[in-house]
Ligand binder design. Structure first.
Ligand code: MIC
Ligand code: SF4
Length: 755
């Protein structure tokens, strides 16, 4: 069944005229990204937008949210006085399921322990007209790809890996909950017109190389910052030669280079996938506007004339990559792993191999991994490392069980976890992790920041394709190269694994008994949404206070964070996920993972009121109690990683006023703005070095706060001297209003007559 077919048909019906108008305006051939963006403008454009400069209002077709971010998004939505969501929206219960024993047991435990939150999400969905996917249905991005994504569409999702839907030719963008709230409330959604990176894929993957290796290679090339503010558009014969789900993997992990999103032109692989997932009607509709669902031929023939940056990759020569540890862009080709591990002292004994997640759990991925498992059995190899499988959806899980793959995995000692995020987001009760021993794991997920999977900062986590993860788990060795190396089997013979084979789509078709979907009530007005005032997990939101109308003076430095400070460092996941609906409680994890520049320690900062060192949230609460504002200073790409707006709401709630950094990751910067915070960057990055531990800081120029105008920062040092530095910002006129009102939501509430 295809959801929202009428909506999709409407998009396609209007598309040709809208694209024609854009073509006239730009007066040149168009990329796919431009076609989709210009076809989703809030108001018809009267000029071509400047990429990387102009803020533009869009009308996305739909919204998706996962349980860990939906709580905050919907708590915000509930305060803005709307009766029903304005565009089709869905909620997916996937992040709160802990992987411990195996799927069935773990799911039951999750259903019990998260009852209050699931009931809340289910009743809010019912009340306001959202589709609800129950715990066990699968991971948001896989479920969206299987049910909602469509070529040429535009969506936003409260999760940074929303670009997974680019695999089906969408512009799908990860955002914070406040952005989702705007769109669900029927408002336009603003984005800076992205720059365009073109990736030309030539040749064809062969042997052990997979779509995952394409994005691992791209991540190595562009780094975790390289895609910031840009959409990555893949094209070329190599792009059409890979499966739709393989494209999804590439789009998904584009989040790891900071890209706004990634996308691919509509092709036969997408048509096959749509038909296989019961959406022939969408494929038929897409076929009627085919030429609009891909970039113009002239663009792909001369990409350097139309993209801001072009990179080219010959898939025929691509070898598998392993990225990590601790960062997804540290790319090592498998043939160089032995050297790299020795040179860096990475522990090579592999303890666990984990496949699956939202990134890599398609039928194709699983069938190819199962082929390797079958080879291990046939060649009498004993699997040396532990091995786990996290299916991305019930549709995939049911089908792979029917086709015998789960049975094969179990024969090599594999454990199947629930269709959920599990180990990918620290929801992994890994035995012994608390001992914090140095050890190595490899997975086919997308992120490997320190402590992300099991809470142990000494776990060296590497990322590879499901095929490489499986081969390495069989070998139990990070430096095993299945392309060249042999293994000793149980008979003492040397055996070699053959390159994996599998099926793009199930020959017998997909099957499922209960996909886990719950449709909303036709009329939800009678549904009551309960939030207990004594709950530890849910808390109704009180609006943030507006700006006081003066410059900010006397701010205490809370922390000068050193080096990588991702949203995992600012608002840790794992055990803290349970507080995602309770702002005050989750604020107790604020910045506990960030390294204090002055003592190189985490979660130990100087309380300037007492001179003593304390935990970051506690010190900040002391400033709040004393009515003193504070400032957080950070390094490059601050807030990289996830979309969680808790990383912006916690400091806001606890009284941090300003975040001043060398550079921001896109979603986090927007989240700060939406919540009424000041997110600033050093005009001169070297000024980061001027910030001292006991600094008291003023921010001047706020009474004349205007776009493209610097603010002045005065540092009052403890020795009585002071110095002035300049800060840049990217606030436009509208965003300055958010700051003044105390948050973007305060403005919406006023517009809808709630405040
Ligand atoms: C992640 O992969 O880090 C998450 C958990 O999916 C996040 C969202 C969240 O923090 O809830 C993301 O990527 O946006
Ligand atoms: Fe879940 Fe991991 Fe995917 Fe995020 S990246 S949605 S935590 S599986």
């Amino acid at each position: 069944m295809a959801f929202d077919l009428d909506l999709i048909k409407k998009v396609y019906a209007e598309m040709p005229a809208k694209i024609e108008a854009a073509r006239k305006l730009l007066n040149r051939p168009l990329t796919l990204t431009e076609k989709i963006l210009y076809a989703h403008l809030d108001k018809a454009a009267d000029r071509a937008f400047v990429r990387g400069e102009d803020y533009v209002d869009f009308r996305p077709d739909r919204v998706a949210m996962q349980d860990a971010t939906a709580q905050m998004a919907l708590l915000q939505f509930m305060t803005c006085g709307r009766d029903k969501v304005a565009v089709p929206s869905t909620v997916h219960c996937d992040h709160l399921i802990q992987a411990k024993v195996e799927a069935g047991t773990d799911l039951q435990v999750a259903v019990d322990t998260n009852k209050e939150v699931y009931d809340f999400l289910s009743s809010v969905s019912d009340r306001y007209g959202l589709g609800f996917w129950k715990a066990g249905a699968g991971i948001i991005h896989q479920v969206v790809l299987e049910n909602y994504a469509f070529p040429g569409g535009m969506m936003i999702g409260t999760d940074s890996h929303t670009p997974n839907a680019g695999g089906l030719g969408m512009i799908a963008i990860g955002v914070g909950g406040a952005d989702a709230c705007d769109v669900m409330a029927g408002l336009a959604w603003e984005l800076k017109m992205p720059k365009l990176i073109g990736v030309k894929l030539t040749g064809k993957l062969n042997g052990w190389a997979t779509p995952k290796d394409i994005i691992l290679w791209v991540a190595g090339k562009l780094t975790v910052k390289g895609g910031t503010g840009a959409v990555v558009e893949y094209f070329g014969e190599g792009a059409t030669s890979i499966s739709c789900t393989g494209k999804g993997t590439i789009g998904n992990m584009g989040a790891e280079i900071g890209a706004t999103t990634s996308t691919f032109g509509y092709d036969e692989s997408m048509e096959r996938y749509l038909r296989a997932t019961n959406r022939a009607a969408i494929a038929d509709a897409a076929n009627t506007v085919k030429e609009h669902l891909t970039g113009d031929a002239e663009v792909y023939a001369h990409p350097e004339m139309y993209f801001d940056q072009v990179i080219e990759l010959d898939l025929s020569t691509l070898e598998p990559y392993i990225n990590g540890p601790f960062s997804p862009d540290l790319a090592t080709p498998i043939s160089k792993m032995k050297e790299a591990a020795a040179a860096n002292g990475w522990p090579t004994n592999l303890e666990v191999g984990l496949i699956g997640s939202c990134t890599n759990s398609s039928y194709e991925d699983i069938s190819r991994a199962a082929n390797l498992a079958e080879q291990a059995i046939a060649k009498n190899l004993k699997t040396k490392a532990k091995y786990t499988i996290t299916p991305g959806s019930e549709l995939v899980r049911f089908t792979i069980e029917r086709d015998g793959f789960i049975n094969t995995f179990e024969k090599i000692g594999g454990t199947v976890f629930a269709n959920a995020c599990g180990p990918c987001i620290g929801m992994w009760a890994r035995e012994g992790a608390e001992k914090k021993e140095k050890n190595t794991i490899i997975h086919s997920f997308n992120r490997n920041f320190a402590a992300r999977q099991d809470g142990n900062p000494n776990t060296y986590a590497f990322v590879g394709s499901p095929e490489i993860v499986t081969a390495l788990a069989i070998a139990g060795d990070l430096t095993f190269n299945p392309l060249t190396d042999t293994l000793t089997n149980e008979n003492g013979e040397q055996v070699k694994l053959d390159p994996p084979t599998g099926w793009e789509l199930p020959i017998k078709g997909f099957a499922v008994e209960d996909a886990g979907y719950q449709a909303p009530a036709e009329d939800g007005s009678h549904v009551t949404v309960v939030v207990s005032p004594t709950s530890a997990r849910l808390q109704l939101l009180a609006p943030f206070t507006p700006w006081e109308g003066t410059d900010l003076k006397g701010l205490k430095l809370l922390i000068k964070a050193k080096g990588k400070c991702t949203t995992d460092h600012i608002s840790m996941a794992g055990p803290w996920l349970k507080f995602r609906g309770h702002l005050d409680n989750i604020s107790n994890n604020m910045l506990i993972g960030a390294t204090n520049f002055f003592n190189e320690k985490t979660n130990t900062v100087k309380n300037q009121l007492t001179g003593e060192y304390g935990e970051v949230p506690a010190v900040q609460r002391a400033y709040k109690a004393a009515g003193i504002g504070s400032i957080v200073v950070g390094d490059e790409n601050y807030g990289e990683g996830s979309s969680r707006e808790h990383a912006a709401m916690e400091p806001r709630h606890l009284g941090v006023r300003v975040v001043l950094v060398k550079s921001f990751a896109r979603i986090h910067e927007t989240n700060l703005k939406k919540q009424g915070m000041l997110g600033l960057t050093f005009a001169d990055k070297a000024d980061y070095d001027k910030i001292q531990e006991d600094d008291v800081i003023d921010v001047l120029g706020l009474t004349t706060f205007a776009p493209d105008t610097q603010l002045t920062i005065v540092l009052h040092h403890a020795d009585g001297t002071s110095e002035e530095i300049k800060a840049n910002h990217t606030y436009n006129a509208q965003q300055i209003e958010w700051f003044k009102a105390g948050s973007a939501l305060n403005i919406i509430r006023k517009e809808f007559g709630v405040a």
